[in-house]
Design a protein around this ligand. Structure first.
Ligand SMILES: *Cc1c(COP(=O)(O)O)cnc(C)c1O
Length: 348
């Protein structure tokens, strides 16, 4: 009954088989392996972007930080929401890799902090360059798809944000740690969710959706390729035995494994959400992808934890008034089974 995060499950056998297969003979290092050429071709095809620059790194933090550093000067600021992973969960790596750029927080719609609205983004950007040489200069806008609250930007919402960034001449970055969970939920193409909507760079996550540790950084304008390469090397994220990253990504993109895994994860979450709803647990947002936030009485959490359920409490400690409701985060990955979810719901 493991709902703590979608990086906690196993790796699909196809990925391990691909690693075994890649583990014969010799291959050039540092991304010059044949598999990487195939990964690049495959990603360009999937994204309908024949010129795109494609690079692999092993963590989402490296992907985001190095991508943003490539799009941002040290004297600029990056616009993101208060719950963006780059703000809350990367230990200032974006600030570090950009050489000191700031993050400027864009409020969400009333009662919600997960998605930035075009109006709030416009107002925040407009305010940010009013101090001439003394203040931070405007830099990239970064959105997260799926958001840290498990919600999804609709294509029109991405387009409206991209319109604001374009009005100010700024680049748009997408943290896609859960890219495919959003993609299959929207039922759109990767191109529609990115460059066709105005996204300039995307971190295309693999790890949360079944890989052992691979994320692809994609720039739709290949002019960024070389700068990203030298930043990745300087940042210590250019893998020497690179073929083992390539082999994982290739397996991910073969026979629709990436989409199948995301569909399974989303279906698991929908199933869990339906069960929680039946028990009357209020949600922060309805289930859209593979993550939900639901409130339960503290005594219920205590009982579930004691019985072996694993998940994170979001807005309160485990100790305290047993009747008080505490919101918890539940994340489902591709490998969870209905049996395990049923086991959890029976306990509940
Ligand atoms: C998990 C996650 C990442 C990547 O984090 P790492 O731990 O560095 O791999 C990036 N963005 C979001 C929104 C995430 O949930």
């Amino acid at each position: 009954m493991f709902f703590a995060s979608d990086n906690s499950g196993p790796v699909p056998k196809q990925v391990l088989q691909a690693l075994t297969q890649a583990n014969t003979g010799y291959a050039m290092g540092y991304g010059a392996d044949d598999e990487m050429a195939e990964v690049t071709a495959r990603i360009r095809e999937i994204f309908e972007a024949p010129e795109a620059a494609v690079h692999l790194v092993a963590t989402g933090t490296a992907a985001n930080s190095l991508a943003l550093a490539t799009l941002c000067q040290p004297f600029e600021t990056i616009f993101c929401t208060p719950v963006a992973h780059i703000h809350e969960d990367e230990c200032n790596a974006p600030e570090f890799y950009t050489g000191g750029a700031k993050l400027t927080l864009v409020p969400g719609a009333a009662g919600s902090d997960d998605k930035m609205t075009p109006a709030a983004l416009h107002a925040t950007i407009a305010r940010e360059e009013s101090r001439g040489v003394h203040g931070p200069q405007r830099g990239p806008v970064s959105i997260t798809q799926v958001t840290g609250r498990g919600t999804i930007y609709a294509l029109d919402e991405i387009k409206a944000i991209a319109q604001v960034t374009r009005d100010f001449g700024l680049p748009l970055h997408m943290d896609g740690a859960r890219f495919t969970n959003a993609l299959v939920a929207l039922g759109c193409t990767p191109a529609e969710m990115t460059w066709k909507a105005g996204v300039d760079a995307v971190c295309f996550g693999g790890t949360k959706n079944g890989l052992m540790g691979v994320e692809a950084v994609i720039f739709f304008d290949p002019k960024h390729a070389w700068e990203f390469e030298v930043r990745r090397k300087r940042g210590g994220h250019l893998f020497s035995k690179h073929r083992y990253l390539s082999a994982q990504m290739l397996a991910y993109l073969t026979d629709d494994l990436w989409r199948d895994n995301a569909r399974k994860a989303n279906a698991n979450c929908a199933y869990l959400a339906a069960g929680l709803e039946q028990k009357g647990a209020p949600f922060l947002h309805e289930a859209q992808a593979n993550m939900i936030f639901a409130a339960l009485p503290r005594a219920t959490h205590q009982r579930l934890f004691e019985a072996g359920a694993i998940y994170h409490l979001w807005d309160g400690p485990l100790e305290g008034d047993p009747e008080q409701e505490v919101t918890a985060r539940f994340v489902c990955d591709w490998a969870l089974s209905k049996d395990l979810i049923d086991q959890f719901l029976d306990l509940l």
